[in-house]
Design a protein around this ligand. Structure first.
Ligand code: NAD
Ligand code: DAU
Length: 328
């Protein structure tokens, strides 16, 4: 199979390309704009063809789609805090970019998988979201992802195009950019820097090891029914404060680094994703949170060559803007 993977130089995309080009022996073309979050280094050990460009750029999309059998779209702006500070790129990539990709895939009769998120459902106090739960996004990130999902579904309903949507819960694992909770806390803990916990730290996330999400996407790509949505949720839920305490224990950091800071506006309290539908396709999560977190801490500890250039670059400026006053 020849796959076009959009956003394949990012965290989940690069893990997916590694799985497909490795275990599955697929031929993979990666289309990626290389924003701050995308890095060619993430794919250094993986055979692929690379096209540099945005999914909103029809010429780059046409070049990348040459001869492919299916499209998997990971390309996105993915950080909720950045969507609050600067939402512009979220609208362009999620709305315009998804539209350009859909048009090009429709013209060529290609199967199309949209990678989406549990955040489209908003927050749930008890129980778990199903694919039928109402869409109630809270942030510009999740609202624009929701818009993209609806556009994708309209291409099946209106044009009979073969689309599927995969909604994942919070991913963690190797190659995640350190703006996100787990890699941020691991690197800060290793450096003896403060560990900034938003609000009371009792927000709950449903943790999914990245290779499990990639396998779920593979199942849906192969067996998902056109026009359908499939949730792919992690096996464990954990409040943020407990995640940070576990990271302190695994890194041997000083517990006094833990620092409560101002809460995120519109902060969703809890995510929990029911995955019965994708289980019926034969998928099952393989990695429990305790084991996945140990592996993740070990990966960051063993790969300073991956994160040192990030921490010394534009990330510093982002970090100062986001946390400067609260950690000063
Ligand atoms: P990431 O930020 O690590 O990577 C995003 C990638 O997309 C980068 O390589 C970036 O360069 C590229 N990109 C951004 N805008 C682009 C554009 N306009 N055109 C082409 N490429 C562009 O993100 P991630 O965490 O790997 O997330 C990948 C996908 O999975 C996203 O669609 C996200 O919404 C979804 N998702 C993420 C999680 C999570 O916990 N990280 C959970 C569920 C779903
Ligand atoms: O649920 C899936 C989503 O998970 C994906 O769609 C998003 O792309 C991905 O970024 C992630 O969103 P979250 O907002 O849940 O992830 P983040 O790592 O930003 O935050 C996780 C939790 O930790 C959240 O409750 C906010 C909190 N947090 C985060 C940071 C960065 C802190 O308390 N302190 C922090 O410094």
């Amino acid at each position: 199979m020849k796959l076009l993977v959009c956003g394949g130089a990012g965290f989940i995309g690069s893990n997916f390309v590694r799985q497909r080009a490795g275990e599955h022996g697929d031929e993979v073309v990666v289309l990626d704009k290389l924003t701050y979050a995308g890095r060619r280094e993430n794919l250094a050990d993986v055979p692929h063809t690379f096209v540099h460009g945005g999914i909103e750029d029809a010429a780059a999309v046409a070049q990348a789609m040459e001869g492919v059998d299916a499209v998997v779209n990971f390309a996105a702006e993915t950080h909720v805090d950045r969507s609050i500070a600067e939402p512009d790129a979220f609208v362009t990539t999620h709305a315009v970019g998804t539209f350009v990709l859909l048009e090009a895939a429709r013209e060529r009769g290609l199967r199309y998988l949209q990678v989406s998120t549990d955040e489209v459902y908003g927050s749930i106090a008890e129980g778990s979201f199903t694919e039928e739960s109402p869409l109630e996004p809270s942030s510009p990130y999740s609202a624009t992802k929701t818009g993209a999902d609806l556009l994708v579904q309209s291409y099946t309903r209106t044009f009979g195009m073969e689309t599927v949507i995969c909604r994942g819960s919070n991913n963690y694992g190797p190659y995640q950019y350190p703006e996100k909770l787990i890699p941020l806390m691991v690197l800060n803990a290793l450096h003896g820097d403060p560990l900034p916990v938003y609000g009371d730290g009792m927000q709950v996330r449903n943790w999914l090891y990245v290779t499990d999400f990639c396998a779920g996407i593979g199942h849906v790509l192969a067996h998902g029914a056109a026009g359908e949505v499939y949730n792919v949720g992690g096996p464990d839920e954990c409040p943020n404060i407990e995640v940070v305490r576990r990271i302190i224990a695994l890194t041997g950091a000083d517990a006094s680094l833990l620092t409560y800071v101002e809460d995120r506006p519109g902060h969703d309290r809890r995510y929990s994703l029911g995955s019965e539908k994708v289980r019926a396709l034969g998928w099952e999560a393989q990695v429990r949170f305790e084991e996945g977190l140990e592996r993740t801490v070990a990966w960051y500890r063993d790969n300073p060559g991956w994160w040192e250039p990030i921490r010394s670059g534009a990330y510093r400026e982002y970090y100062e803007r986001q946390y400067g006053s609260s950690l000063g």
